[in-house]
Design a protein around this ligand. Structure first.
Ligand code: HOZ
Length: 430
C-alpha cells in the first residue's frame, strides 16, 4: 500500500469523501488521489516521494511556479508582525491600488477570502444596485458553490453528476435563469421575457469549468451590448482568467468591459483570497459605504495580502511573463496536435495561452452539451497513463489545465512525449 492509499483510507473516515473539495477525490478518473507533500517551481511531490510535472498549479494560483522566491520572502517578512488583526492595514490599500491599476474597469474593490465569496457578494450587490432579483448564468459555467450558482454548474458539480445540488431551494433556483454558453440569441430571449427583472448576467469570459471553452468571436461584446440595453449588471467571473490571460485578465485580452469583476486564485498567490470590484457607483452600494451588507473577519488578511501583492507586483512589472505563457500554451498545443495526427486520432484541443484542455471527443467544444459528449472513461485511462509518466493533470475531463511560467522547453517536450505514449495506451485499451 502506498502512503497516499493509507492516508486516503484514513481520510475517508474523517472527511466527507476523504477530501476537502470534491474533484480532488479522483472519482471521475478512478484510483486514489495523490497526497501532496511539497512543490517547487514546475514540480510537485507526493507523500511517496514521487515527482510530477505540475500542470494544475493549485487550479491556477501558482502561475509563477511553486514556492516562488519573492512570494516566500514576502510571507516570511509578514509573519513577523502577527497573522491577523481584523483591522485595516497599509497592505490592503496597496493591493487595492495595484488591482485597480491592472484592471481598469475596477474602480473600487473589496477583498474577501475565496472566489465563492466574491461571486456570492457580487450578485448581492448587483441585486441591491438594480432592485431586481433574477440573474442569468451559463450552463456549465461554475461560479463557486453559492446556492444561486449551483444550477447547471460546471466543474466538480458536473463531474460528480450533481447538476442541481440538494439543499438549494426551489425559490433560490427560480431566480437563476440559464442559457447555453456562446448562444447570444438565448440571452436576448431571456432578457426580453424577463423584462426589468434581471439584475445581472454572470459568466466566465473564458470557461475553465467545463474544461477550457473559448468565447466565440462577438459573444462577449454581444452580451455586453445586451446588458447595456437592458440595464443589467454584467459580471465577468475572472477567478480563473484574471491576471492569467493578461495582466488585466480576459477583459483586457478580448477588449470587453464588464460592470463588475470577481477575482480569486492568483490574487492570493496561493493564500485563500478573493475579491470583487467594479464601477464606483455600484461598489459604493457595499457596506459601510452603502446598504448592501458583506463582511469578514479574515478579509484582507495581512499574510494573504503580502503573498498576493508579491505575485501581482511581479506580473505587473514583468509583461514578458504573458508572452512566455502564450508561447508555452502554443508549444504544448502544437505538440499534442502533431501526436494526434501521427496517431490518426481526432480529439479536440481548446487552448488560450496557459489554459488548456484535451477533450476526448471529435466534436468541437463550445458549450456544455458539446463538452458532455466526451468519453469520460477514456479520459480516465489517459489521465492515469499520464500520471504513470510523471505528469500531474487535473483529475477530471471538465477542468482546464493551468500552466505556469516555470515550465521550461525541455519539460514541455517531456509532457508532449508522455501525452503521445498515453494516448497510445488509451487507444489500445480493450
Ligand atoms: N472547483 C475547483 C476547480 N474548478 C477545484 C478546486 C479544488 O478542488 O481545489
Amino acid at each position: 500500500m502506498t502512503t497516499s492509499e493509507q492516508l486516503f483510507e484514513q481520510a475517508q473516515q474523517l472527511i466527507p469523501g476523504g477530501v476537502n473539495s470534491p474533484v480532488r477525490a479522483f472519482r471521475s478518473v478512478g484510483g486514489t488521489p495523490l497526497f501532496i507533500k511539497s512543490a517547487k517551481g514546475p514540480y510537485i511531490y507526493d507523500e511517496d516521494g514521487r515527482q510530477y510535472i505540475e500542470l494544475i498549479n493549485s487550479w491556477g494560483p501558482m502561475i509563477l511556479g511553486h514556492a516562488f522566491e519573492p512570494v516566500e520572502r514576502a510571507v516570511r517578512e509578514a509573519i513577523q508582525h502577527s497573522f491577523s488583526f481584523g483591522a485595516p492595514t497599509r497592505k490592503e490599500v496597496e493591493i487595492a491600488e495595484l488591482i485597480i491599476s491592472m484592471v481598469p474597469s475596477v474602480e473600487m474593490v473589496r477583498m474577501v477570502n475565496s472566489g465563492t465569496e466574491a461571486t456570492m457578494s457580487a450578485i448581492r450587490v448587483a441585486r441591491g444596485f438594480t432592485g431586481r432579483e433574477k440573474m442569468i448564468k451559463f450552463e456549465g459555467c461554475y461560479h463557486g458553490h453559492g446556492d444561486a450558482f449551483l444550477i447547471a454548474a460546471g466543474s466538480g458539480a458536473m463531474t460528480m453528476g450533481i447538476p442541481d445540488s440538494p439543499g438549494v431551494t426551489k425559490a433560490t433556483a427560480s431566480n437563476t435563469l440559464t442559457a447555453p454558453y456562446n448562444d447570444l440569441a438565448a440571452v436576448e430571449a431571456l432578457l426580453d421575457n424577463n423584462h426589468n427583472q434581471v439584475a445581472a448576467v454572470i459568466l466566465e469570459p473564458v470557461v475553465g469549468n467545463m474544461g477550457c471553452v473559448l468565447p466565440e468571436p462577438g459573444f462577449l461584446q454581444g452580451v455586453r451590448d445586451l446588458c447595456t440595453k437592458h440595464g443589467v449588471v454584467l459580471i465577468f467571473d475572472e477567478v480563473m482568467t484574471g491576471f492569467r490571460l493578461a495582466k488585466g485578465g480576459a477583459q483586457e485580452r478580448f477588449g470587453v468591459t464588464p460592470d463588475m469583476t470577481t477575482m480569486g486564485k492568483i490574487i492570493g498567490g496561493g493564500m485563500p483570497v478573493g475579491a470583487y470590484g467594479g464601477r464606483r457607483e455600484i461598489m459604493n452600494m457595499v457596506a459601510p459605504a452603502g446598504p448592501v451588507y458583506q463582511a469578514g473577519t479574515l478579509s484582507g488578511n495581512p499574510i494573504a495580502m503580502s503573498a498576493g501583492l508579491a505575485v501581482l507586483h511581479h506580473l505587473n512589472d514583468h509583461p514578458e511573463v504573458y508572452t512566455r505563457l502564450d508561447e508555452i500554451g502554443d508549444k504544448l498545443r502544437a505538440g499534442f496536435q502533431n501526436s494526434l495526427v501521427k496517431l490518426g486520432m481526432n480529439c479536440t484541443i481548446n487552448q488560450i495561452s496557459s489554459m488548456f484542455t484535451l477533450f476526448m471527443t471529435d466534436r468541437p467544444v463550445s458549450n456544455f452539451s458539446e463538452a458532455k459528449s466526451c468519453d469520460v472513461a477514456a479520459f480516465g485511462r489517459y489521465f492515469h497513463a499520464m500520471l504513470d509518466r510523471g505528469i500531474y493533470l487535473a483529475p477530471a475531463q471538465f477542468e482546464s489545465l493551468f500552466l505556469s511560467v516555470a515550465l521550461t522547453d525541455g519539460l514541455i517536450e517531456q509532457v508532449i512525449q508522455a501525452n503521445e505514449e498515453s494516448l497510445t495506451v488509451m487507444m489500445n485499451y480493450k
